[in-house]
Design a protein around this ligand. Sequence first.
Ligand SMILES: NC(=O)c1ccc[n+]([C@@H]2O[C@H](COP(=O)([O-])OP(=O)(O)OC[C@H]3O[C@@H](n4cnc5c(N)ncnc54)[C@H](OP(=O)(O)O)[C@@H]3O)[C@@H](O)[C@H]2O)c1
Length: 443
Amino acid sequence: MNIVLIGMRGSGKTTVGRILAQKLGRDLVEMDELITQRAGLSIPETVDKYGWAKFREIEEEITGEVSRMENIINASGGGVITEARNTARLKENGALVWLTAGVDTLLKRTGQDSQRPPLVSGRTQRGDLEMTLAERKALYQRAADLMVDTEGKTPQETAEMVIKLLSKICCLIGDPVEHSLSPLIHNAGYKALGIDYVYIPFRVKEVKKAIEGIRGLGIRGASVTLPHKTSTLKYLDKIDPRAEAIGAVNTIVNDEGVLSGYNTDGEGALKALEEVTAPGGKKAVLIGSGGAASAIAAALKDSGAELVILNRTGDKARELAKKFNAEDGGGLEKLPLITKADILINATSVGMSPKTGQSIVPEELLHSRLTVFDIVYNPRETRLITQAKEKGCAVVYGYKMLLYQAALQFELFTGLKAPIAVMESALTQALEGGENATHIDRR
Ligand SMILES: NC(=O)c1ccc[n+]([C@@H]2O[C@H](COP(=O)([O-])OP(=O)(O)OC[C@H]3O[C@@H](n4cnc5c(N)ncnc54)[C@H](OP(=O)(O)O)[C@@H]3O)[C@@H](O)[C@H]2O)c1
């Protein structure tokens, strides 16, 4: 998990980076220095001898290497964001902080700088800066996760401001994360409340290093997704009893270096279900025995439902039933129990895009007294949901679980009530019309 300082030359990336590295106990990596070492020439010499295209080629190579480093402060090159590929790579495991300043300040700070040649020879320094800033401004804006205006601030003050903003970062850690809807849901909530939080996805291969990053950088919290929900547990300081029972966390909250783990999946599912029916004392059949099913089983048992857990691999269902004191557990041959149930929950991946024509439940087992909850949310109208509606069942959509587990995380991160309507609208719009809709299969 890296902090990547972006901005024009003269914005203070190296000086502020040095202070940040010292304050946060991280290594500072200066991309221009690495480029100089790789080229064996200074940057002006490289550009003179080989041209800007060659310089950008080396820069791309270095960007790849730097984005594979962990927990560094990266003082990036001013033009690195002009290549979308570079920006995407830096963002995979980095929060991009844009240091801004006006042309007069940049000029004053770079007055003595002969290290960087103008992009177009023959321009004055001012003309060069003005032109370059105008060209890049929108790119910096698009790339940045955070922005700090350095005007009138000492480097020390800027660094302190960056550290303050880090404490308002919440993130998603998982692999892959690129099609996740969590940033959209959380950021819509922050925007609606007008709070200066920001939610950033990080592609994390080694969870231990990510946890070190969260603790060391003072990041406020994290959602945890596949494949790290179980492996994260051992690196945390406190585990909520529900998460402990499930054996997995989907949420980390950082209270001044003390990391607590929670699991909001089960409670999120329960909230979704309770919009339609109260499960206490009802007969519920839960199909599935993976991570989501475990979290739902724990929440359902706590709500007082009579629970039967079924799964393709019957032994896993029996094990889960035993763990959560369910009434029964077994293989799919027991599906006819649905005819006597009040609630049916599909917590398997059957029916998920692209295999949307499938349902784990034979249609003839559905009946009108049943509430049917399919936790698959892509597509929204799964085959199971469509057939359940045709049989007159009440239905609960999978996206509601996604929404409520995120809302519970939002409240743990911010201490504020989640603006559900706004978050729901951002989510449903993305599911219905988003360009990623056919790829969405995870949080
Ligand atoms: N709405 C939400 O907020 C939310 C949250 C989490 C997950 N989900 C969705 O829930 C689903 C399960 O997620 P998970 O994290 O629990 O996954 P998981 O741990 O991999 O578990 C997958 C479950 O699906 C069953 N399964 C897979 N393919 C099957 C097939 N062809 N026939 C019968 N059963 C099959 C597995 O049975 P075996 O044990 O026999 O392999 C297992 O019980 C996914 O579609 C996920 O996107 C939704």
